[in-house]
Design a binder for this molecule. Structure first.
Ligand code: PHE
Length: 342
């Protein structure tokens, strides 16, 4: 017993003085004292030589010793884990790990470009639902049931309830915004639309449009033209020519389609403009009085203009994309080409 006590005390002094400069030395400490053939184990083995009447006291002593060693071990471990790695061979000039950069979809890029031009004129952005009821997609837009112009757009109907459609144009947002009853309105409305068309390189069953709407007192066709002139100059450059052709939309009167001189061949005739020198950009017109009345706006007091354009086609022209299906195939090899595009 005496011998055990003095042995423990010697080790205690040794342990108390122990230090560790790094994790390797901490591990050496653990193996030496707490390992399977370590000193704690060896001393524990001495128990069998202790006389029966001293066993209780010796057991207590050994347990205390074990706790003492473990505490010291924890302390050494704690002190080395905070030690900073040696900075001498740290090269701060090495390039960091590169983060993969995502890219915007070309349709998003074109949409943002179009929207931002109108934002500069004070138009705010509004959006609406892609699944729409008959009234907002057709009825309120002066397209009552059986109106022949409904056939202009091949509609997807929802099977369970044919009163619901996948919107065929973004004009439903016009109606939803006018119904809110807050005037004047100056909005730009981008979104996805659906038409039951055969999918090919040139057309798809879903695509994107941007709609514009301006309602106030004394809004005239001249305002419409001036707004669109500004847009064309910003979008295609100041040398591009513009022409309006009379057209028909049930929701505008008068209606027009706007062409710009072909920005690919400059008007001399190429495949893009089908040798005409002109590229069709959008449909527009003065909001039909029936549409205003349908939204509880007094057509005697208020007038307004609206226009709508596709996004895919200008994006295809700008980025030289020759197949509309590429936009929706999610092929990373296609999409990553637009990382740095604006
Ligand atoms: N909604 C029409 C279309 O999808 C475009 C348009 C919008 C025309 C607004 C005139 C006014 O073809």
């Amino acid at each position: 017993m005496e011998q055990l006590l003095s042995q423990i005390n010697t080790y205690k002094k040794e342990i108390e003085a122990a230090t560790a400069a790094d994790e390797k030395q901490v591990e050496e400490f653990r193996i030496k004292y707490l390992g399977t053939k370590g000193i704690v184990k060896i001393i524990m083995g001495e128990m069998k030589n202790v006389a029966a009447e001293n066993k209780k006291e010796a057991g207590q002593l050994l347990n205390d010793f074990k706790l003492f060693v473990e505490e010291k071990y924890d302390q050494l471990k704690g002190s080395t884990s905070n030690i900073k790695p040696q900075t001498s061979n740290l090269d701060l000039s090495l390039p960091g790990d590169e983060l993969p950069i995502g890219s915007r979809h070309p349709v998003t890029l074109m949409r943002n470009r179009i929207v931002s031009i109108f934002q500069r004129l004070g138009f705010a952005v509004a959006e609406g639902p892609e699944i729409e009821d008959d009234w907002h997609n057709f009825g309120a837009l002066n397209l009552p049931e059986h109106h022949p112009a409904r056939d202009m757009q091949d509609t997807f109907y929802i099977q369970q309830n044919p009163d619901w459609v996948l919107r065929t144009h973004t004009s439903n947002v016009q109606i939803r915004e006018m119904e809110k009853g807050k005037l004047p309105i100056r909005l730009i409305m981008p979104g996805r639309v659906y038409r039951n068309e055969t999918v090919s390189a040139r057309s798809h069953c879903f695509f994107h449009q941007v709609e514009g709407l301006y309602i106030d007192e004394n809004v005239s066709f001249a305002d419409l033209k001036q707004t669109l002139y500004f847009f064309v100059k910003e979008m295609y450059g100041k040398d591009v020519k513009v022409r309006f052709r009379p057209s028909y939309f049930p929701f505008t009167e008068p209606s027009a389609e706007m062409d710009v001189s072909c920005f690919i061949c400059g008007g001399s005739g190429c495949n893009i403009c089908k040798k005409t020198g002109w590229v069709e950009i959008l449909g527009c017109g003065m909001v039909h009085p029936n549409v205003l009345s349908n939204c509880n706006i007094d057509p005697e007091r208020y007038t307004g203009f609206a226009f709508g354009m596709g996004i895919e086609r200008p994006a295809m022209l700008k980025y030289g994309i020759n197949d509309i299906r590429l936009f929706s195939e999610n092929d990373v090899r296609f999409l990553k080409q637009f990382t740095s595009a604006i």
